[in-house]
Design a binder for this molecule. Structure first.
Ligand code: MSP
Length: 559
């Protein structure tokens, strides 16, 4: 049985619970006994199947997958519940189907499958893929509606204002602008066309949650990451009124959706429907012991913070349910420094990218360049190529160099030595530096991941690999000028670097990391973070294999 690290207990987040410690939330087990802790629950946004997936969708999936996989290796006995899916109702889908002259259900069936395929192709380890057109979801949404209605939190009212079909969002006068270049007014924030709506609809008393939401975000520093989103939200809650939210549209306008219980002349607003998916994903309305609720991390894009940080929490508070621990709101990918858009023709296709460079190269690029989440990043095939080469060289080529026949022969001619025996001697020079870095790697990676700093975690691993590559070049174990004993030291140390970094890299580049650990003969039970300690795990019989799909590992100059 693997032992698990002890972390301070963190009480579940209800509004009553104010976190006093400014320490960042740790998503690892709250106790030493992971068998009794709640499953780790992580979600991606559910995607609109109105068009084929793009790079932005893959980014949400990969980001969530990195945390899901990291949790699995940090707490191997803890269940990880990981939800992804498609958001299939609403005007946007209704319109997309009409434009193509097909039924919305046909459009959704076809495109939802593309999103499922995207996850499978990218090695996303989600445990649930939910479509909002499924019966189990409809049951959950109707249940939430009835629950809120029973508490008099829903009333019939009127809405006069702007609506963007593309954003599926209501806008006030102050949120839109009239540009001479645009035939319709547009949303200032998103640039999407808006249209005037004046209709009767059902409303949710969102306004009555303002104080509680403000208290919650003020008291919970780790509720949204990066924190700038939380700060902005607090300011908005302080400065602006929080209006009640329209949660239905007249049926003659929106027919593709879930009818309002008891009033089929209205269809539920798509976000009310969609946000409930996170509850459907844990089996709601059935209450069961050991439920994964609440989500530990919800990965979302920066454009949908408001929906997840105001509407969803208000709905959950009304339901008496604990709120998600952390919303991780990532920035966007642009292309040629511009928002990706079909009309500009700069939409990057994730399938093409994975076919051309391989899944792990694309995942690596996304995590390395997009792993800071704060600023938009530009999608660039040249940069992708550069980063793909970096990891192929630092890991793949390093592995080939160390398992070359020349080195194997030299090592065989030296007196037998194990890595444990090697540790009895002090290593100096570049080898000593590598060993020191390796010893602190676990702590660095864990600290970064606890702080949601995926890019920094990866940097720490890359740094060790870079140092180890440099040390290998410096000690030149293949050279007959150096004694076989020196070759053996380099060999053993390099294998340990590969074992330890290979474990750490599993969340980021799962396939290459698995190939590597398999090739090193690392037992399956020794691939958790517990074994990221110098000399703790075993390397078995080493086999030279290709680690990355696609392009070949770059041949070494040295051999
Ligand atoms: N259906 C809603 C989410 C409902 S969640 C209950 C939705 N769907 S979406 O398909 O438009 O977007 C899904 C996710 O992809 C969002 O998090 C969004 O931020 C993200 N991205 C869309 N374009 C993006 C980029 N160009 N770059 C990065 N992510 C982007 O919103």
């Amino acid at each position: 049985m693997l032992s698990c690290r002890k972390f301070p207990t963190r009480a579940p987040i209800y509004l009553a619970c104010r976190s006093r410690s400014p320490a960042l939330y740790r998503f690892f087990s709250a106790t030493n006994d992971t068998s009794t802790s709640k499953p780790f629950y992580i979600t991606t946004p559910i995607f609109y199947p109105n068009a084929v997936p793009h790079i932005g969708h893959l980014y949400s999936l990969v980001t969530a997958d990195i945390f899901a996989r990291f949790t699995r290796i940090s707490e191997p006995s803890r269940l990880v519940h990981f939800l992804a899916g498609t958001d299939e109702h609403g005007l946007k889908i209704q319109k997309a189907a009409k434009d193509r002259g097909i039924e919305p259900s046909v459009l959704c069936d076809t495109l939802s499958e593309q999103f499922r395929r995207l996850g499978a192709r990218a090695n996303i380890s989600n445990t649930v893929f939910l479509r909002t057109t499924e019966a189990r979801h409809r049951e959950a949404v109707e249940n939430v509606w009835r629950h809120l209605a029973a508490q008099d939190l829903i009333y019939k009212g009127t809405y006069s204002g702007w609506y963007s079909i593309s954003d599926e969002c209501f806008y006030t006068d102050s949120q839109i602008t009239h540009l001479p270049s645009s035939p319709t007014p547009i949303s200032i924030e998103t640039g999407s066309a808006v249209e005037w709506s004046s209709e009767s609809n059902y409303k949710f008393r969102l306004s009555s949650f303002r104080e509680r939401l403000l208290d919650y975000y003020t008291a919970n520093p780790n509720s949204i990451y990066p924190s700038a989103h939380r700060e902005r939200l607090i300011q908005t809650l302080k400065d602006e009124p929080l209006d009640d939210l329209s949660i239905s549209r007249p049926r003659e306008r929106l027919s593709w959706g879930i009818p309002v219980p008891g009033d089929t002349s209205h269809t539920m607003y798509v976000w009310f429907d969609a946000l409930t998916v996170y509850l459907t994903g844990v089996g709601f309305p059935a209450e069961r012991q050991g439920s994964p609720w609440p989500p530990n991390i919800q990965v979302i894009g920066k454009d949908i913070v408001r929906f997840h940080a105001l509407y969803l929490p208000a709905m959950l508070l009304a339901m008496g349910k604990p709120l998600s621990h952390t919303l991780l709101a990532h920035a966007h990918w642009t292309a040629q420094q511009r928002k990706m858009s079909k009309s500009i023709g700069n939409v990057a296709d994730p399938f093409d990218a994975m076919d051309a460079w391989g899944v792990d190269a694309v995942r690596f690029y996304m995590a390395r360049v997009g792993g800071r989440f704060r600023d938009d990043v530009d999608w660039s095939p040249e940069q992708l190529e550069k980063h793909a080469d970096e990891i192929r060289s630092l890991l793949g080529n390093f592995f080939l160099r160390i398992t070359s026949r020349t080195i194997q022969k030299r090592v065989a001619s030296a007196p037998q030595l194990t890595f444990a025996q090697l540790l009895d001697h002090s290593l100096d020079g570049p080898n000593g530096d590598v060993l020191s870095s390796l010893r602190t790697l676990k702590g660095r990676v864990e600290r970064c991941m606890e702080k949601f700093e995926v890019g920094d975690a990866l940097d720490a691993i890359i740094l060790v690999l870079r140092e180890a590559n440099g040390a290998l070049t410096h000690t030149a174990p293949w050279s007959t000028q150096n004694p076989p004993e020196a070759a053996q030291v380099s060999y053993l140390l390099s294998l340990e670097v590969l074992r330890v970094t290979g474990i750490c890299l599993q969340p980021f580049i799962p396939e290459a990391a698995r190939n590597l650990l398999d090739a090193l003969g690392v037992p399956k039970g020794e691939r958790s973070m517990d074994f990221v300690a110098v000399g703790k795990g075993n390397v078995g019989e080493v086999k030279g294999v290709k680690l990355f799909e696609g392009k070949r590992e770059i041949a070494s100059r040295d051999q």
